[in-house]
Design a binder for this molecule. Structure first.
Ligand code: FAD
Length: 382
């Protein structure tokens, strides 16, 4: 016999887990369905764990800043340390980007984000770098890191405590819609019927939607993280990005990790680092951060994974235009971890009141792709 629930959430990454927690705490019966044998097995567990409110557009400043404040209060509110540490985030800015960066700083400050403008000399006290082409930097001390697995598991625990079920090892392989808007979901050996379905399947969200006949434009986009052993390095390196080249670096656990996004990675899911791309990254990284060249590379600690990207590199949040009980929460294009705390609550808002009103997330609506007009990439997507 089919099982019954109010809401099926497909995907136990950060976005699905946060959605499940917020929905369950709002009183809905929730079943999380995950194909892997545990949580955070997709992009979430491969994330760099960086969080920042340093964005150049209103929507991303709002979503990220609100999420950071929730991460900051997580321990006090929920009694769980999810590894949020305000270790700061430094952006090195070339002359061509300086005016736009100062405009972004004004925007961020208008929300209360404590971002500082540093001259080259002061920024080199934060992180040593070769200054050629850099005219200044911005620094935000409340940006930092969070532990992706701890955060995901904390949300799943909250969901369970509020009555949710979490099924691992249950890939969703078939979906059908009933006339009353319900979803019949085949997952492994189980069939479950739900009033709503939340598509939190990350880079697989397009494939999941295709099972129901919808188009959700999300693709995997390969990323590689190269780890070096900080032998002889006597200081912590906060998250630092060179906006002129895209090279970024930070201390992470026992390593210093660095990389650069490739321009056109092959589509498809991969979870190993790209060593051909490393040959491109290495000279650029060593040019900006010469001390990196002295650190031995640790291949076994390097890793790969995929961003879940959309055509405008922004997430997809809201009901499918043709099916109000199908809620997309996917495609956050490399910033899904840092926005998961607020995205989950917006999913609950959508289900509970039929629309999202607490934030202006028009820029995330699924219908923007069909409408075409206004598709634009927000500044500071890195
Ligand atoms: C190398 C790397 C570095 C990153 N760095 C950062 C960073 O510093 N900061 C940041 O905010 N973000 C970062 N990201 C991006 C971030 O990890 C993602 O945006 C975020 O984790 C997406 O979460 P999600 O829950 O949407 O997707 P996922 O974590 O991918 O979860 C989706 C889940 O759905 C499951 N699933 C898929 N299809 C099905 C199905 N048919 N049936 C059942 N289950 C299914 C998958 O198994 C998976 O567990 C990084 C990503 C990578 C790869």
């Amino acid at each position: 016999m089919d099982q019954l629930t109010d809401i099926v959430v497909v995907g136990a990454g950060a976005v699905g887990a946060s959605s499940a927690a917020h929905l369950a705490r709002a009183g809905h019966r929730v079943t999380v369905i995950e194909s892997r044998s545990g949580s955070a097995g997709g992009s979430t567990g491969r994330s760099f764990g960086a969080v920042r409110a340093q964005w150049a557009d209103r929507m991303n400043v709002e979503l990220s800043w609100e999420s950071i404040q929730r991460l900051s209060a997580f321990s006090a509110e929920h009694g769980v340390d999810v590894g949020y540490r305000p270790l700061g985030y430094l952006m090195l800015v070339p002359g061509s980007g300086w005016e736009a960066q100062l405009a972004a700083v004004e925007l961020q400050r208008s929300y209360g984000v404590p971002v500082e403008v540093l001259d080259v000399e002061r920024s080199r006290d934060v992180v040593a770098y070769a200054p050629e082409g850099i005219v200044g930097a911005t620094w935000c001390g409340t940006d930092g890191v969070v532990d992706p697995r701890l955060l995901t598991d904390a949300y799943l625990d909250q969901a369970r405590a509020a009555g949710a079920e979490v099924w691992f090892d249950h890939p969703v392989t078939a979906l059908s819609a009933a006339a009353d808007g319900q979803w019949r979901v085949q997952a492994g050996d189980k069939i479950i019927t739900a009033q709503w379905l939340v598509n939190a399947a990350g880079g697989w969200a397009g494939g999941l939607a295709a099972l129901a006949g919808f188009t959700v434009p999300v693709e995997h986009s390969r990323r590689s993280m190269y780890a070096a052993t900080p032998t002889g390095l006597d200081r912590y390196v906060p998250m630092t990005i060179d906006l002129s080249s895209g090279i970024f670096v930070r201390t992470r656990g026992e390593h210093v990790v660095f990389s650069l996004a490739p321009p056109n990675p092959d589509p498809g899911y991969v979870d190993t680092p790209d060593w051909d791309w490393f040959e491109v990254v290495r000279p650029r990284a060593y040019e900006r951060f010469p001390w990196l060249a002295d650190l031995p590379l640790d291949r076994s600690a390097s890793w790969g994974g995929t961003y879940e990207v959309t055509p405008d590199l922004q997430g997809i949040l809201g009901p499918d235009p043709t099916a109000p009980t199908w809620i997309n929460a996917c495609g956050f294009s490399g910033h899904g971890l840092m926005q998961a705390p607020v995205v989950g609550s917006l999913v609950a808002e959508q289900v509970g009141q039929g629309s999202i009103t607490s934030f202006d997330v028009a820029g995330l609506r699924p219908e923007r792709f069909a409408q075409g007009a206004g598709l634009h990439r927000a500044g500071l997507v890195v």
